[in-house]
Design a protein around this ligand. Structure first.
Ligand code: SF4
Length: 184
């Protein structure tokens, strides 16, 4: 495993390059840096959690995944969702029921997300967000293990975005969480 300070430096360099490219380069260059960083970060996260019991896992979702015209308040409690299937939130209710020790939180912004993580103190976070929020969230949460997943932008960046539940299930398998074996 890479030394803590060297790792911190690598995260800082990636983030700085991302910010500079966001300002001065084409979107393609900026996306390439973000993709590279998330790939690198996720590898580090898998190493960090290898052979550890993941007693508290948190899935953090952005508010834009909720259907734009749905009036239900799911930021306090995701279970307020009526599971109509119009957005991907309903899939996460199923995940929550299948995996008892996984909490699912919909965050309205970075500050609230950070506050939630500070209070909840999970062993692992699976964070879904857009390029910018994921980069800043993972950078700011260092050294907390935060596995990053990009959401899919369908039309507008902040409205009715999506995340494939199959991607999340794949991540859960990758980090070693199988619902059949969930005996904690
Ligand atoms: S699945 Fe339906 S009820 Fe649940 S948040 Fe989405 S639109 Fe609202």
């Amino acid at each position: 495993m890479i030394n803590f300070y060297i790792l911190k430096l690598i995260y800082e360099i990636y983030y700085l390059r991302f910010l500079i490219s966001e300002r001065f380069s084409k979107d393609l260059v900026n996306s390439k840096i973000a993709n590279k960083f998330i790939k690198f970060n996720n590898k580090i996260v898998l190493k960090k959690i290898a052979n550890k019991k993941l007693l508290k896992v948190s899935i953090l979702l952005p508010h834009c995944i909720q259907k734009y015209n749905c009036n239900l308040k799911i930021t306090n409690n995701i279970e307020n969702c009526k599971m109509c299937g119009m957005c991907d939130i309903s899939d996460f209710i199923k995940i929550k029921k299948e995996y008892k020790n996984i909490s699912v939180k919909v965050a309205t912004g970075g500050t609230l997300a950070r506050l939630y993580l500070k209070e909840y103190k999970p062993n692992l976070v699976i964070a879904v967000a857009c390029k910018r929020d994921l980069m800043s969230g993972i950078h700011d949460s260092f050294p907390m293990p935060v596995y990053g997943v990009f959401n899919e932008i369908i039309n507008s960046p902040c409205i009715d975005t999506k995340v494939s539940i199959e991607v999340i299930r794949k991540v859960l398998r990758e980090v070693g969480i199988e619902w059949e074996n969930w005996n904690y």
